[in-house]
Design a protein. Structure first.
Length: 83
């Protein structure tokens, strides 16, 4: 799980943190609350998850409970891989 979180953190920092004012990203920080992602950013995140982790993110799974923090995304990937 820690390797997933590290990969997610690196992706977010390389692609989105600059837009959030150089935020030091913690596992539970909300991407929405910190204005890190807009609708296009979420699509970029989904594309990254599908490519990097070999999962398919269904439309009904694109909810904050799955995609709004590093911790939520890591848990979501774990559940998807377990299916």
């Amino acid at each position: 799980m820690e390797d997933i979180k590290a990969a997610l953190r690196q992706f977010m920092e390389q692609n989105f943190v600059l837009g959030a004012g150089g935020l030091a990203l913690r596992d539970t920080d909300s991407f929405l609350d910190h204005h890190m992602l807009d609708s296009t950013g979420f699509l970029e995140l989904v594309a990254y998850l599908e490519e990097a982790f070999g999962i398919k993110v269904e439309d009904h799974e694109m909810v904050p409970e799955n995609l709004d923090s590093i911790a939520n995304v890591a848990d979501y990937i774990g559940r998807k891989r377990a299916d």
